[in-house]
Write a protein that binds this ligand. Sequence first.
Ligand SMILES: *[C@@H]1O[C@H](CO)[C@@H](O)[C@H](O)[C@H]1NC(C)=O
Ligand SMILES: *[C@@H]1O[C@H](CO)[C@@H](O)[C@H](O)[C@H]1NC(C)=O
Ligand SMILES: *[C@@H]1O[C@H](CO)[C@@H](O)[C@H](O)[C@H]1NC(C)=O
Length: 271
Amino acid sequence: MMVTPSYTAAADRPVSMALRAYLLITVIATFSRPTEAVLSVNATPEYIHSCRKADVQFNSCIKETFNHLRPYLIDGIEELTVPPIEPLVIPKMQMENGHGAVRVRAILSNMTIHGASNYTVLNVRSDMNKYRIDLGLFIPHIEATGNYDVNGNVLLLPVRSRGEFWASFENVTALAKLYGVEVNKEGVKFMKTERLGIGFKLEKSDFKIKDAINMQNVIGEAMNVFLNENSAEIIEEMKPAASQAIGKHFKNFLNNAFLQIPLKVWLKDSE
Ligand SMILES: *[C@@H]1O[C@H](CO)[C@@H](O)[C@H](O)[C@H]1NC(C)=O
Ligand SMILES: *[C@@H]1O[C@H](CO)[C@@H](O)[C@H](O)[C@H]1NC(C)=O
Ligand SMILES: *[C@@H]1O[C@H](CO)[C@@H](O)[C@H](O)[C@H]1NC(C)=O
């Protein structure tokens, strides 16, 4: 089919105008993206309970800072692009355990976690000259659902299973060891988390899986029964690998926020 030149030219003009308008909007949208936003050093956002390093009660102050944050974290903090933590959504978490009775590679995906926002900071130990903060946390109840993909050996049995899981944990006590460094962005100082070590204790845990690859056959049924019956041991064996995966996830979560909050905003007497 032929298109006459005059027709093309006439139709072209409004298109290119629309295109230009579109490009302009894209450019504006790109430059005003909230992820680029950084608070000013003089900002006093309501979600920040600030502290002074010189405070003799500095650790109690930091404890209050984290407890004060809780209601804001529940809904998320839009200006920092911090997503709501109730429920907490984790798109993907990978863990691997290469020794002991459970040697598996597990990928958890599309995870929805309820209860994390009910955390209480029990105690804080810190040395801000080294950007070291230890936080003791307590969470009464956590429930998680999502998809899993497990490959490896569980109690000497080769396991290849994929499907949906449900897990619940009660009276979780966690110790988060934050190793920070000071970073300087265009003359403004921030704290960056280089490493986040997580350790936790559970008073009661439980999980159930529904295998989907061997569905409605003997292997699938046996796999379900076997994994569900050994859930306590599997959780215990996977704790170090899970701690590592959780630490990595929350390190990114913290950096996403703290690299937008100048030190001076939450540590009033920092240089
Ligand atoms: C992810 O989880 C949501 C809510 O639990 C569910 O509706 C959705 O189907 C899941 N997506 C996948 C890809 O499994
Ligand atoms: C948080 O704790 C309160 C009080 O125990 C409880 O009613 C609520 O359901 C908990 N929230 C979640 C999301 O678990
Ligand atoms: C969790 O802690 C509460 C309060 O200390 C206690 O009443 C409850 O029995 C504990 N749950 C388990 C499973 O130990």
